[in-house]
Design a protein around this ligand. Structure first.
Ligand SMILES: Cc1cc2nc3c(=O)[nH]c(=O)nc-3n(C[C@H](O)[C@H](O)[C@H](O)COP(=O)(O)OP(=O)(O)OC[C@H]3O[C@@H](n4cnc5c(N)ncnc54)[C@H](O)[C@@H]3O)c2cc1C
Length: 362
């Protein structure tokens, strides 16, 4: 390995931090620099808790990274010059790299229906989650995927002057097992969440939302959880991306267009078990961040990387602070019959979230 191979990791979320930590312990002699627009690592999987008014933990990235002799630059990456191999930052500085790890994660969807950007709240970033006050009146949560279910339950448990309504064209947790779906519905109803599983939202307005059938539902606030977007830096920089802007990578998480660039986490399209792409999740960001680091180290040593070994095990949902759902999964992410519910599930979920935070920190 050369003495000063420069590895720049863009993004200090679950994937970027996991990659940086692994590189620090294995890529001896390399100079590792992590770039993130934020000063702190915030457990993103707790942002629904933050939106519901709870304090969530945060760690200084500088302290975390200094302790492992990883250089930290707090700045927003604005451009990647893939020919000159340098990243421009919004601080008017430029970072040269020999190898780049692209782990910029995902953001709120702001474009899929009119009015989203102007009128909807999101829990996709710490800034957006903290912008959501505690309105009295009706709060609409749009999207009954994992984030929408967690958000609706958390709000209903915490906001006593609000009516929470969960809107989706499908029943909550439609991808889960029948027992899981039944439990989610029972808990949401117990918490007072009104569930509408026939509601496709076509527009968000200052007064509420407009559904596909023309119905207007009035609300004090609308929270959009029906999809995420990814930063457009990869696309703008000429990396091969899919239609949404996620980096296309080979089996070793190397960009198919730029061999000096690796990508992991939400901002990459990664082949998973059963021929499906990995789902955007902390559960996939951590292992893919670590694996990208291993692949880089292997190549620096002149070896070919081993295979990414990943299988799904469980999906964990919080249903407020006192209930939860642990869905056991087959390797390909399809649900098995076994579920854990109630307080034991809430406890397991909390341990999983804490464990993920520890696993990410270098
Ligand atoms: C409310 C909520 C609950 C969730 N619950 C779960 C769950 O229970 N289980 C689960 O598996 N997943 C869950 N997820 C999904 C999970 O949080 C994401 O899949 C995961 O955070 C992806 O990790 P990542 O490292 O790819 O990206 P991120 O965690 O998004 O990190 C990306 C980092 O890049 C930085 N960044 C972005 N653009 C720039 C730029 N231009 N310059 C510099 N820095 C930049 C950001 O500041 C951020 O720190 C949840 C998500 C939300 C929002």
């Amino acid at each position: 390995m050369t003495g000063q191979h420069r590895i720049v990791v863009l993004g200090a979320g679950y994937a970027g931090l996991a990659a940086a930590g692994r590189l620090a312990s294995k890529a001896r002699g390399a100079r590792i620099t992590v770039v993130d627009a934020r000063t702190d690592f915030v457990e993103r999987v707790r942002l629904h808790q933050q939106a519901a008014g709870q304090q969530i933990p945060a760690w200084s990235l500088r302290e975390l990274l200094d302790s492992k002799k990883i250089h930290f630059v707090c700045a927003r990456a604005t451009e990647i010059d893939t020919v000159g191999k340098r990243v421009s930052l919004d601080t008017a500085t430029v970072l040269d790299y020999d190898t780049l790890v692209y782990a910029l994660g995902s953001t709120a969807d702001r474009t899929s229906v009119p009015g989203l950007a102007e009128h909807a709240y999101s829990v996709s970033t710490p800034e957006e989650a903290s912008r959501f006050g505690a309105p009295s009146g009706t709060v609409l949560v749009v999207g009954a995927g994992a984030t929408g279910i967690e958000m609706a339950a958390e709000l209903a448990e915490s906001l006593h002057d609000s009516r929470v309504c969960l809107l989706s064209p499908e029943e909550p947790g439609a991808w889960l097992s029948p027992r899981a779906r039944k439990h989610i519905r029972r808990v949401l109803e117990r918490l007072g969440v009104e569930i509408r599983s026939d509601a496709k939202v076509l527009e968000v307005t200052a007064a509420g939302v407009r559904l596909a059938d023309g119905t207007l539902i009035e609300a004090a606030a609308t929270v959009w959880t029906a999809g995420f977007a990814v930063p457009d830096l990869a696309r703008r920089s000429g990396l091969s991306v899919d239609g949404t802007g996620r980096v296309l990578v080979d089996a070793a998480l190397r960009s198919i267009s730029h061999p000096d660039v690796y990508a992991a986490g939400d901002s990459a399209v990664i082949a998973g078990p059963g021929g499906r792409d990995l789902r955007m999740a902390c559960a996939t960001a951590l292992p893919t961040g670590k694996y990208a680091a291993d692949a880089i180290v292997a190549r620096l040593r002149g070896a070919e990387p081993g295979k990414l070994r990943f299988r799904y095990v469980v999906q964990c949902l919080s249903l407020g602070r006192r209930d939860g759902l642990i869905q056991v999964l087959h390797a390909d992410d399809s649900p098995a019959r076994t579920v854990l519910t109630g307080r034991p599930a809430a406890w397991v979920k909390e341990q999983v979230v804490r464990g993920a935070g520890w696993a990410a920190r270098p």
